[in-house]
Design a binder for this molecule. Structure first.
Ligand code: FS2
Ligand code: SF4
Length: 540
């Protein structure tokens, strides 16, 4: 196996024996093959569109689900990947029949084999290292990881009934183009286009979330527990949470959010449920201790599964793109109602969660809420009460080096405000950093996709202050990344013209020296240093 798609990749170069995340070589091979088959499928759909033929939403959804399932920590189940490959091959066959011009089709579009041994053989030839030139490989993978992130966001919009054919068409064409002998310049242009599509994808999801659940609003979220049994829901899928809340109503079972599900508490249409009682615990990587002490069942709706301990494995359920062998998977395609009754019945037999914290945290500062406070914020900037905004969005992770972000937040001068989104917030959202004239010093916009909100806020401030360039704003970027959704967020910010982003705790292993050099030169991308130097560099 060879995988270097996430920040925790072995020795910051690549996982070759087993994934640091727990991915086995067998699963890694099937993931590589699923990506390859999806490239072939995308070649056919792209060519069908060129022939003026319609590609159905179901086909679009299958491709995004394929990519989403290969995101770090999403799915560890070998059988799931084999089934997805078979389904994709079946679909590929059907779509091929509709294509008039079948000349010049690539190997990915034509390959079809169901024998596991032959599939393994193929997988070992089509993985990341099959591109020999390291710069071309780097650019291709940068695009593919961005598309994986975009797929995740598209999927969350799709389940709420929102689709953008333009985004899907781009996603498939870009994926197909990673199989073509494009030059580095052409691939760089495609990287930028991927960033533009990322902006559209996040805007689609923002629209889907806010039209369905209302605009996030300032909310104090309980982090303690009740004495009733509970279900913990993690991941990013708000539609799953909504269904779970409906189904647990009046059952005596409480629902708690974990990690990236915390921002669900900020939405009017979700916080109105009495049975949504708060958030339990912290970021994804703490789940081994926190799932143990939660005592009740846990529903993983998307990525960021840590291979579970046997002591609580029988309480873990997965759904959607998520999967783990031996854990029960709750079925339900886009638009279908899911049945969570088994989880609810198990919860009733479990003790209430063991309290690990008490009090509350405040969030809900997505674009609508922040813009409602715009006058206050603009006054604070004009009076000098707020000197700088620091975007500290992205992901959290288990490496000790990430304590940098806690220390950085603590070391920030008191006239700075942190704008955050994603699970990175858990490094500083319980520090009690105070407020500036009633504006909290940590403004949490929501999940990682809500980094879009931060961009909307920046664009609005640029307008209010009548600036030419977004980079003239008193905003600096110190972003933490872990998996591929952070890649699309980064590419989207670059596409919006944001410069001088600091990215840590390490730069992606998939950036070759030359590609990293281009990002440094063109966009001022930089890594992180030590806290004192970075405070000097970014703030003073
Ligand atoms: Fe955190 Fe994991 Fe959200 Fe990432 S919970 S690292 O998925 O995309 O952020
Ligand atoms: Fe390694 Fe990350 Fe790939 Fe897992 S997802 S195998 S940790 S690079």
């Amino acid at each position: 196996m060879f995988c270097y798609q996430c920040q925790e990749t072995a020795a910051c170069t690549g996982c070759t024996v087993k994934g640091v995340c727990g991915k086995t070589p067998e699963v890694a091979r099937m993931q590589d093959l699923l990506v390859y088959v999806s490239k072939g499928l995308s070649e056919i759909t792209s060519k069908l569109r060129k022939e003026g033929k319609e590609v159905s939403k179901e086909v679009n959804h299958l491709i995004t689900l394929n990519l989403f399932t290969t995101i770090t920590n999403a799915n560890f189940d070998f059988d799931v990947f084999v089934e997805r490959i078979y389904n994709s091959l079946d679909l590929k066959k059907k779509l091929l029949e509709k294509l008039d011009d079948k000349s010049n089709l690539g190997d990915a579009a034509l390959w079809d084999e169901r024998d596991i041994e032959k599939m393994n053989e193929k997988a070992s030839k089509v993985g990341v290292l099959s591109t020999e030139n390291e710069d071309i490989r780097s650019l291709r993978e940068l695009i593919i990881y961005g598309l994986k992130g975009l797929s995740a966001y598209s999927k969350h919009a799709n389940v709420l009934g929102f689709d953008d054919e333009e985004v899907d068409a781009f996603l498939q064409e870009a994926l197909y183009k990673t199989t073509l002998p494009l030059s580095a310049e052409q691939l760089l242009a495609l990287v930028m286009e991927t960033g533009n599509a990322g902006v559209k994808g996040m805007a689609l999801l923002d629209n889907a979330n806010t039209s369905t659940f209302g605009n996030p609003e300032i909310t104090s979220v309980n982090i303690g527990t009740s004495n009733r049994p509970g279900i913990l829901i993690s991941g990013h899928d708000l539609s799953d949470l909504k269904q779970l809340l409906e189904q647990t109503k009046g059952t005596g079972v409480d629902v708690y959010t974990h990690s990236e599900m915390l921002p669900a508490n900020y939405y009017p249409e979700l916080k109105k449920y009495d049975n949504l009682v708060g958030n339990y615990g912290n970021a994804w990587w703490k789940q081994k201790e926190e799932f143990e002490s939660f005592n009740g069942p846990i529903l993983m709706t998307t990525n960021c599964i840590v291979p579970p301990k046997d002591t609580y494995k029988d309480r873990i359920y997965t759904t959607g793109s998520a999967g783990f062998p031996g854990c029960k998977h709750i079925k339900g395609e886009v638009g279908e109602e899911k049945d969570f009754s088994e989880i609810i019945e198990q919860a009733k037999k479990c003790p209430a969660p063991t309290q690990i914290e008490e009090g509350s945290i405040v969030g809900g500062f997505a674009h609508n809420q922040v813009l409602a406070l715009a006058d206050k914020i603009v006054d604070a900037v004009k009076s000098g009460a707020i000197k700088k905004f620091v975007v500290m969005a992205g992901c959290d992770g288990r490496q000790k080096s990430r304590n940098y972000y806690t220390d950085f937040a603590k070391a920030l001068p008191k006239d700075t405000v942190i704008l955050t989104a994603g699970c990175a917030k858990y490094k500083y959202n319980k520090l009690d950093l105070g407020d500036i004239d009633g504006i909290p010093r940590v403004l949490d916009a929501g999940q990682c996709n809500d980094s879009y909100s931060l961009a909307v806020i920046a664009l609005k401030l640029k307008e209010v202050f009548e600036l030419e360039d977004i980079n003239e704003l008193p905003i600096v970027y110190n972003i933490a990344w872990y998996e591929q959704k952070a890649v699309i967020v980064l590419l989207a910010l670059l596409a919006l013209g944001v410069k001088n982003i600091h990215l840590g705790p390490t730069l992606p292993a998939f950036l070759s020296e030359n590609v990293a050099g281009i990002l440094v030169k063109e966009f001022g991308i930089a890594g992180i240093g030590n806290v004192d130097d970075d405070i000097d560099l970014l703030i003073k």
